[in-house]
Structure formats: structure tokens, C-alpha cells
Design a protein around this ligand. Sequence first.
Ligand code: FEO
Length: 411
Amino acid sequence: MNIKWEKRMSSLELLKDVYYVGYVDWEVRNFHGYSTHKGSSYNAYIVKSGDKTILIDTVKRQYFKYYLENIQSVCDLKDIDYLIMNHIEPDHSGSFPLVLEYLPKAEIIASIKGVEILEQHYHEEVDKSIFEKIRAVKNGDTLDVGNGKIFTFVPIPMIHWPDSMVSFMSDEHGKNVLFSNDAFGQHFAASKHWDDENNFSEIMWEAEKYYANILLHLSSLIAKTLPVVGALPIEVICPSHGVCWRKHIPEIIEAYTKWSTGEIEENSAVIIYDSMWESTTKIAKELYHEIWRRGIPVKRFNLTSSDYSDAITEAMKAKAIIIGSPTLNRGLFPSVAEYLCYQKGLKPMNKVGLAFGSYGWSRGAVRAIISEMESTGIAMLDDSIEIQFVPKPSDLNFKEIVDKLVKKMEV
Ligand code: FEO
């Protein structure tokens, strides 16, 4: 591949002998359906150890030339000894077929499943003999790269794909680094690469949103894997998206423990709905005020102006998920149907639910909400709210139903 561009120094030495060679994406606003208001990054790293050079992960294909340039500012590509592929989703492997031709001697390392999925992705571009030579590692396999640095490979299946693994580098002369790939990541673009160089609340919100939108449905596996990863003597975490963790490692591990076990921080509620002619909005607003008057934290998302990625993030944290839709063609309003489909896949845990909506001459939306929510184990209130056409002031008295909801939230 013949690429010409002006060479510039664009890598960054994060730690002694550990370099950032990824791409910070300030433009992406949608990551396979997930809203990324703050951009993202596709992190890749180089470790130098004596005479060995190790490249960890690649980047999304359209940013290959920046990745290559970054690597070239750290080392000569022909000197790279190992390419570790922690995960095969194309945001991390898209440049794999392109970078191969610059790596004459590099041994490729991936999990057993990673080798299989690499071939399933790139069989048209990469010769079969390459896949046959990849070192397939299993849990606990190590790679001693000399100079006191040893990599230990730990597959973390389904965090995020079956192939996912983390690479833990112990370093006698420096920091022990966990190259965690998707785990502990955030879709967050930043010119400063460390957690303590960024606003803590902002990065934790993005880590939370990332968990809710990408990992929530894998929580039971994550809860089992976290103690294994947490037992490693980690001093630094370098994920494949967002900033690296050095100061707030206990906080992010604790947050993952909380999210993966479905622990509720406070007895809060979230109202997620859409409306056709404002009747469902009127119900949503009155429900909001009835809950607010009791001092219960509550948030309201109209899906016309809010996206489902933000809404599910709040739903993950709330105890009560309250969903509203007008009836359209005897069923759900499309945006609510879309949200419910998304929520169903992500499976928020330990929730109670309430359905509401307006209708004209035939019902259907509330019944559909209840059915969708119950199918993922949300404990629905026996009562629901259905109001024909435009609510009268007397229709908008939700004291009794909110009493029941609050009681259910406290169980
Ligand atoms: Fe960031 Fe599962 O890829």
C-alpha cells in the first residue's frame, strides 16, 4: 500500500517505554447506533522492552494512515516483534490486513477464538497461511519480552465478543499495565490521555454510558470475570477507548462491580416516552411532578429530543423505569418500540416498571410496553395508565398509582 503524507511526531510516551499510537476521533457521533456526543478514540499502544518491540491492537480502518504514522514516530515497523490482537471487532482490527505488510517479522498473538474470528473477518484479504501461524493463547499463557517485562494473557469472553482478551504486562522496572481493550473504556475524545488530566465526573459518566450501552447485557459474565482481573497487581489500565486509568483505578473497578451486579445507587426513577399530540407528554409531566414532590430523584426523556443511548444509561441506574407511548395502529409509537427493543437486548437488572399512554379509539401501546418489559424480568406494577384522547385535569391525578410504585420500589 503506497501512502504518502507529511511525517510528524504524533505518538505520545505515556509511561517509560509505553507509547500511545491510536487515533482520537473528535468527529464520530454515532458508534453502531450508540450516540457518542463526546467522540471516541481507538487506542493502540507500543511497548519497547530491550531489543523487543510489541504493538498492541490496531485502529478503525479509515484511520490507518494516522496509526501508521504514529507507529513510525516511535519505531521502524520492520523491527516490531509482536502484534497482540486483544479483540477483533473492526474498531480494533480494521487496520490488521493493512499493517501486516509493514511487519515482516512480527508474530501475531490472539486468543483461540480471536484467531478464528480474525480469519472469519479477513479471509478475503489475508492469506490463510498467516492465520495458521498466529499464536493462539489461552488463560494464563505468558510472553516474556525481556528486560523484566512479562505479558500474561487473560481471555475475557463476551467482554465484549467471544474473542476478547486482556493483556497484563508486569514490569520489574516500571508500572504493571493492563491493556484491557473494551473493558473500562469510554467513548470520549481527549487530548490528554490520563484519567486525572480530565474531568472525573465527565469520564465516569462516559464509562457508565459505555457500560450501559455495550456491556450491560453481559453483566453476569463480567461479575464472574472482574475478580480474576481485579486480582492482578494492576497499576495502570490502558483501554482501547477513551482515557487511561492511573489515579482512579479503584473507582472504575468499584463502578464495574456495582453495574455488573445491578446494584442501585438510590431509589430513583426515569420516565422515557414519546408523544403524538402531547397527551402522553401531559401524563409524563404529571407523573414526573408526582414523583418529584416526594423527593425521589427522577429524570424525564422525551424520545423525540433524546436518544436511546442516553436514556438506557439512566435506566441502568434507576430503580423504576416508567415507559409511555401513544397507541399508533393498535401498537407502539415507533420511537418507543425502538427504545424498548434496545432496552430488551441490554436487559437492565433489578427494576420495577410502570407503563402509561394515551389512545384514540383502540388501545394497544400500554399492553405492548408491559409485555416487552415483563419479558426481560422487569417487575411491572399491576396498574397502568391509559387515557383516551386528551387528558382532563381529573385524569391527571396519579397520587395513588405513584404510592403503589414507590412501595414496590422499596421492596
Ligand atoms: Fe471497541 Fe468491541 O470493540
